[in-house]
Design a binder for this molecule. Structure first.
Ligand code: KIV
Ligand code: ZN
Length: 523
């Protein structure tokens, strides 16, 4: 039997990014998009152009940057949305407008307040409107799996006749079950035969933990595009996880007779980059990209793996790009060796970013016996998504102990001006964070604080994550790296502050926050 090609439609930057705690700034989105291109996804859904000025700019920039993938923007079925989506994607090598309209009785009655006939008319008219701009049109029937099949078939036939080249039938609320999902697609292909002339797509949410199973069932039923996100991030319980679908097809090609074009060795890097950007970690036992996914603890398993890896390993760590303790460079390595290593890890830094990353590498190599690929990746990934350093840490002195109140003295630079503040706090971290707040002169709440390490070992690089919340509810995350955990924490807080200022300057705020601000001003 011939192997079918399944297109991977990545919506990490749209459905993923709209979930709590996962928002990204322009630089981060571009870096993530470049990584998705490196991983060879077929379609990047770069955002929802009309939702905010920030989203519009990021969709447009990604469309103009990415060359080897289709770039899509989401749009509601309205002329205004479609105009904006087209404006954002038209500079892409292969632009796509992705419009959606709900077709389930629940959504039509309570959300759209529209009769089914009107929904049909609108779906067809807006598809035709979008098709005037662009030959690559995707129509999504939101909440398709809870729609009336006869009505859905009518909508599908209508939008295909109007110019849709991809029809997506989402399981918007993660309600469907794998057998049912298979039967649903098989039946839709019979009831709306034109489906067989276009790309049929599945988009599964994970509310019952079945997003990946449902996507694979849809593939068996003839779907040739699946929509998913890196690490499965997304609304509520998330979207189907891309790495699981891809490796499911890769490992069980014998069963599915289908494959993707994904460079599987880029999977771990994509997952780590997303975690680094959003600060949202995956659980250790998460399939494919969790910390323990390839760890063999039980003696009997270790023994088996040593004799023959296939005893307990159905895919190799290398196939997903996991190259654990890869010793690379030391303190005597020069800039050329560092640059070559960075390039082989898949990063392209400009001269200033490379210089900065090299300085950090040198100071790390001075403190740490062994520098692994993972250390370098952490440094470089951070540099690649670095926003302008409006505030910089110069020095800190902290006095702390279990019998005294901690005091922090911090010196920072802001626009060439040095500012020094002293603060007390419950422990060294709290004192340091309060001193930064005083320097910045803003009321900021600490939403989250986590400390981890990039590799194992006593001299490991400490990796701090800080999330701060502004008075109007916007949340910004920052990362900091240092072999000294207090320094890593301070860097993380300063990074979050710089991201906040960058977002304010670039208009990256979501409409929800802007509305809240406007309401506050008019009070
Ligand atoms: O879940 C959903 O239905 C969606 C559509 C907008 C495609 O995300
Ligand atoms: Zn969705």
């Amino acid at each position: 039997m011939e192997t079918r090609k399944i297109k991977i439609f990545d919506t990490t930057l749209r459905d993923g990014e709209q979930s709590p705690g996962c928002s990204m700034n322009l630089k981060e989105k571009i870096e993530m998009a470049k990584q998705l291109e490196r991983m060879r996804v077929d379609v990047i859904e770069a955002g929802f152009a009309i939702s905010s000025q920030g989203d519009f700019v990021s969709v447009k920039t990604i469309a103009e940057t990415v060359k080897d993938c289709t770039v899509a923007s989401l749009a509601r079925a309205s002329e205004k949305d479609i105009d904006r989506a087209w404006e954002a994607v038209k500079g892409a090598a292969d632009p796509r407008i992705h419009l959606f309209l709900a077709t389930s009785p629940l959504h039509m009655e309570y959300k759209l307040h529209m009769a089914p006939d009107d929904v049909y008319e609108m779906a067809v008219a807006m598809t035709a409107y979008a098709a005037k701009y662009c030959p690559n049109i995707e129509f999504s029937a939101e909440d398709a799996t809870r729609s009336n099949w006869k009505f859905l078939a009518k909508v599908i036939e209508g939008v295909i006749a109007a110019g849709a080249t991809t029809v997506n039938l989402p399981d918007t609320v993660g309600y469907t079950l794998p057998d049912e999902h298979y039967a649903f697609f098989m039946r839709m292909r019979e009831m709306a035969p034109s489906l067989n002339d276009v790309t049929i797509s599945s988009h599964c949410h994970n509310d019952l933990g079945l997003g990946v199973a449902n996507s694979l069932a849809a593939i068996r039923a003839g779907v040739s595009q699946v929509e998913c996100t890196v690490n499965g991030i997304g609304e509520r319980a998330g979207n189907a996880a891309m790495e699981e679908i891809v490796m499911g097809l890769y490992t069980r090609k014998d069963y599915y007779q289908a494959e993707t074009g994904i460079a599987t060795s880029e999977i771990v890097r994509s997952s780590s980059l997303l975690t680094r950007i959003t600060g949202v970690k995956v659980q250790p036992n998460k399939a494919i990209v969790g910390e323990n996914a390839f760890a063999h603890e039980a003696g009997i398993h270790q023994h088996g793996v040593m004799q023959n890896r296939a005893t307990y390993e159905i895919m190799t760590p290398e196939s997903v790009g996991l190259n654990k303790n890869n010793l690379v460079l030391g303190k005597h390595s020069g800039k050329h060796a560092f640059k070559a290593r960075v390039a082989s890890l898949g990063y392209s830094l400009d001269d200033a970013e490379l210089e900065m990353a090299f300085e950090k590498f040198k100071s790390l190599a001075d403190k740490k016996k062994t520098v692994y690929d993972r250390d370098i990746e952490a440094l470089v990934a951070k540099e690649a998504v670095q926003v302008p350093r409006i505030y910089r840490l110069n020095s800190f002195v902290i006095n702390s102990g279990n019998t005294i109140t901690s005091t922090a003295v911090l010196k920072m630079t802001h626009n060439d001006r040095t500012i020094e503040k002293v603060s007390r706090g419950e422990g060294p971290i709290d004192a340091a964070f309060k001193a930064i707040e005083k320097i910045v002169g803003r009321e900021l709440a600490l939403e989250d604080y986590q400390l981890g390490s990039v590799t194992e070992g006593e001299d490991a690089l400490g990796d701090a994550l800080v999330k701060i919340k502004t008075a109007d509810g916007a949340v910004f995350s920052g990362r900091g790296l240092s072999t000294d955990v207090i320094e890593a924490s301070i860097h993380a807080y300063v990074n979050a502050v710089n991201k906040m200022i960058y977002a304010e300057k670039e208009g990256m705020y979501s409409d929800a926050v802007l509305e809240k601000r406007a309401a506050k001003r008019s009070r």
